[in-house]
Design a protein around this ligand. Sequence first.
Ligand SMILES: [Zn+2]
Length: 290
Amino acid sequence: MRGMTETAPTGLAIALEPLVTRVLAGNPSPYTSTGTQTYLVGTADVAVIDPGPDDADHLSALLAAVDGRPVRAILCTHTHRDHSPAAPALKAATGAPIIGCAPLALDDGGPRADAAFDTGYAPDRVLADGEQLSGKGWTLTAVATPGHTSNHLCFALEESGALFTGDHVMGWSTTVVAPPDGNMAAYMASLDRLMGRAQDRVYYPAHGDPIENPHRFVRGLAGHRRQREGQILRLLAQGIGDVPDMVERMYVGLDPRLHGAAGRSVLAHLLDLETRGRVVSIGDVWGLAA
Ligand SMILES: [Zn+2]
């Protein structure tokens, strides 16, 4: 985990570049750093990316930042509860359609995901990978980046080389990959996908500072995950195959409130290694494959 970021004060609209303005929501936590950062894209008309939690103060701050301009779209990168729940209220206030990621697939008759998900999310239009949306002087392209969640999208601003990375790549901490909806192999593939995008100049994450050296940063994230995988394999070789025991040894000094999330990420690695035939599980205990 990195330190807290020097983000703008809650509720103020901060211009980052001619087409991009940021508004911080008042939901700081061990999972969100200083809070969710909502982005406005455009000048004469705007798109709003990740409207954030359903919070009256944040909605007022967003409407003040919009300042009566037409809102062409409310875009959501994914449907965690710190990202999408303000969408219906913002839609009601502006008449803008909710566009972007798909609602989560609930394919097993029960919630595939946990209470962190916004089950009320109902988009007017889902963007497929590569689909575009435009306004006066701006064009946003959806970039499918599953892993943190199965429905995660980044949005590329074609005019400036900015990529809105949601929770796929964050500016303050590594992202949580929590099975069953989170998937480590998909997350690693989505990091590779960003490595292949030469046009991205800066990332604007939903949490943390802008990332000015995106490819170096992503290479670092991928290396960090490979290190974690190596640690897991070494622990299993020592006969330590219980996830809480592994978390204790792998995340020395971690805020205890984050131990559950760290355990989910370790499990995501184990499931990925299992798919690759490297490890096996007996009940809740993991070991190296013979
Ligand atoms: Zn998230």
